[in-house]
Design a protein around this ligand. Structure first.
Ligand SMILES: Cc1cc2nc3c(=O)[nH]c(=O)nc-3n(C[C@H](O)[C@H](O)[C@H](O)COP(=O)(O)OP(=O)(O)OC[C@H]3O[C@@H](n4cnc5c(N)ncnc54)[C@H](O)[C@@H]3O)c2cc1C
Length: 601
């Protein structure tokens, strides 16, 4: 296998622009928790992360895709490169970076952590998967674990000695976690005996650390049905006894043969087949799902970043290919004696590239805005700011998870398309990124579930407080854009789309209050799409404003700023007009699939 051509994974210029010119991340450094950070510390972290992603993670990506984990003698053997890769990622400090010093962290803003992580994801999504899962599991134990649980499990996860998983899904309980059946019974020593089966557990076994800790949802014997009867347990594959680690009766029953993310095994796990699987309660009994939501919400932001990163690496590959692949001549110069043009000179190829750029950079901007709100929600000194940010983050989470997953898939398909017939061959990487990307609309709550979450909960929460906060953010951006001299038509279009969304939300909420819940929620996927188009238009207007400001300052990189303005123009010309159609579908409760009976198909 030949070495892959170098790929920047993400554009460094764009990352700097998004962090410093669009978001002004340095405003966060004035918060007491973040006071130790500065533009210099951010640059150092980004430098080391980029270097590792490009030099170590990316070159092993294809090999891991081609040689997925092997299940032998009850254990899973993963790609041998993972031992060094995992150690290298741990050395970068990203496991604890955002956490407080008490657990070995440095209170790095999530906004910075997110963009650093995106390089790792773009380099090798599966390898990053182990780190992301471990980070989420350790954080859950930090917040909800007893001192013993923290000391025994969390510290080793944060030190990178063990890895973690989230073990929610069961065959009958995927989207519907209320149907979890795994059981927990109290044992005299204070632990719990766990019995049941989980499916699709990513990172559920591997051979590069000595232990894996599964954050497992189970129902305490006799607990009520539904979500309120579910509790959370830390269940290690091997449990500590004295100074030794002994098997904990968690066995791998099978490996799922996946079409993507092939370096990270997703497993069927059986707990307690021999009646000797011990777990330790995390948080209060019956509050398991509430605790797990912390991990799931973090994971949803992470999935959104996965989507952006996977679309980004493919976009950069397609861009390089389009610059060097000669094919055909311009329509007005068909003279065969002329040399062929690089395909980037064909307008339709630039259409495909610009759409990818708009999705990738719009998506990154959205994820950084959500992360920024997470930073305020966790670290702003005053309660009102924390609450507002928390509501806004709640509203943005289903959008930030879904937009990069759904549009990222389209973006990945365009990267393949630009490669023509070669893109359809496994000699080239775009097909593998397309396979990887597809998972992002499925795990951590499918797109359907995210739509229901946005319309049924998030957008109407707190009597519309989150929506009001979103409106304020958009208004501030419109003001910035007008002051910077951005096209008035774009500013007006964004304001118009926002008003449309707000009015529609009130109408749908009223329909729900009137008892017409099915009609309210019928087009929840379209409602989510409408908000995605709107939120990304907001992010593109902000980028257009920063680009105009940069041009006025005479800052370096005129081409870069012009590219930003063209991408913003594209979004306002092609996507924003769709808001009206999507709103109409939701408002009229258009009923083609509602009245379609299963037997009519
Ligand atoms: C590669 C991979 C890795 C995974 N990793 C993990 C992991 O580490 N830990 C873990 O716990 N789980 C993991 N999962 C499981 C994943 O979270 C579930 O697959 C996902 O939640 C969907 O559940 P399901 O597969 O049972 O599909 P279903 O819930 O059966 O959904 C099937 C379809 O029906 C739709 N649907 C279902 N219910 C509704 C509803 N109420 N309203 C509207 N539409 C609905 C869905 O949107 C979907 O399109 C992983 C899955 C995969 C494929």
């Amino acid at each position: 296998m030949s070495a892959p051509r170098p790929n920047p994974l993400l554009s460094d210029r764009d990352v700097d622009f998004q962090l410093h010119e669009v978001q002004a991340v340095s405003r966060l450094f004035s918060l007491p928790d973040f006071a130790d950070h500065s533009r210099d510390t951010v640059s150092l972290l980004l430098e080391s992360t980029r270097r590792f992603a490009r030099a170590e993670l990316y070159p092993t990506y294809r090999a891991m895709d081609e040689a997925p984990p092997v299940f032998e003698h009850g254990r899973v053997r993963v790609h041998p490169a993972l031992r060094a890769l995992y150690a290298g990622m741990v050395d970068l400090g990203l496991l604890t970076a955002t956490r407080p010093p008490e657990v070995g962290g440095q209170h790095l803003p999530l906004t910075v952590h997110a963009v650093a992580s995106a390089y790792l994801m773009a380099g090798n999504l599966s390898a990053y998967g182990y780190l992301g899962l471990t980070l989420g599991a350790a954080h859950l134990l930090e917040v909800f674990g007893s001192p013993w649980v923290r000391d025994t499990f969390m510290t080793r996860l944060y030190r990178g000695e063990w890895t973690g998983t989230m073990a929610l899904t069961e065959p009958q309980a995927g989207s519907s976690l209320a149907d979890v059946k795994t059981r927990a019974t109290p044992a005299p020593d204070g632990s719990w005996r766990i019995q049941g089966s989980k499916i699709f557990i990513s990172g559920g076994d591997q051979d590069f650390t000595e232990n894996v800790v599964h954050l497992t949802l189970a129902r305490i014997e006799g607990a009520e049905g539904g979500t309120r009867g579910i509790s959370l347990f830390a269940v290690p594959s091997r449990r500590p006894e004295g100074d030794a680690l002994v098997p904990n009766d968690v066995s791998v029953a099978g490996v799922i043969h996946k079409i993507g993310w092939r370096g990270l095994p997703s497993l069927v796990l059986n707990y307690g087949e021999a009646g000797d699987c011990r777990g330790w309660l995390v948080g209060q009994p019956g509050r398991g799902l509430a605790c797990m939501f912390q991990m799931m919400n973090e994971a949803r932001i992470m999935v959104g970043l996965n989507g952006v990163a996977t679309a980004s690496v493919a976009y950069h590959e397609a861009l390089a290919y389009a610059r060097e692949r000669p094919q055909g001549r311009p329509a007005w110069a068909k003279d065969a004696s002329r040399p062929q043009s690089p395909i980037i000179e064909h307008a339709d190829v630039r259409r495909m590239l610009l759409r990818q750029k708009a999705i990738v950079e719009g998506g990154l901007s959205l994820l950084l805005s959500a992360s920024y709100q997470a930073d305020l929600a966790g670290h702003a000194p005053d309660a009102a700011t924390r609450e507002r940010a928390s509501r806004l983050l709640d509203l943005l989470t289903p959008i930030a998870k879904t937009f990069p997953a759904e549009k990222g898939f389209e973006s990945n398909a365009l990267a393949l398309q630009i490669h023509g017939g070669y893109g359809y061959s496994s000699e080239y990487s775009p097909e593998s990124w397309l396979r990887d990307q597809k998972l992002n609309s499925i795990h951590e709550g499918t797109t359907g579930i995210q739509g229901l979450d946005l319309l049924g909960r998030k957008v109407i929460a707190g009597e519309g407080a989150a929506l009001r906060a979103f409106q304020e953010e958009v208004d501030a951006t419109v003001e910035r854009a007008r002051a910077a001299g951005v096209e008035a038509a774009w500013c007006d279009a964004l304001r118009g789309a926002l008003d449309e969304a707000a009015t529609l939300t009130m109408e749908l909420a009223a329909r729900g209050l009137a008892g017409e819940v099915e009609a309210m929620l019928r087009h929840s996927a379209d409602f989510l799409e409408l908000f995605s188009v709107l939120a990304v238009a907001w992010r593109w207007l902000d980028q257009a404003a920063a680009a105009r400001e940069g041009l006025k300052r005479g800052a370096d990189g005129q081409d870069f700023y012009e590219g930003k303005l063209a991408a913003a123009q594209y979004w306002f010309a092609v996507e924003v007009p769709r808001v009206a159609l999507l709103a109409k579908l939701c408002r009229t409760a258009e009923d083609s699939y509602a009245r379609m009976r299963p037997e009519w198909f």
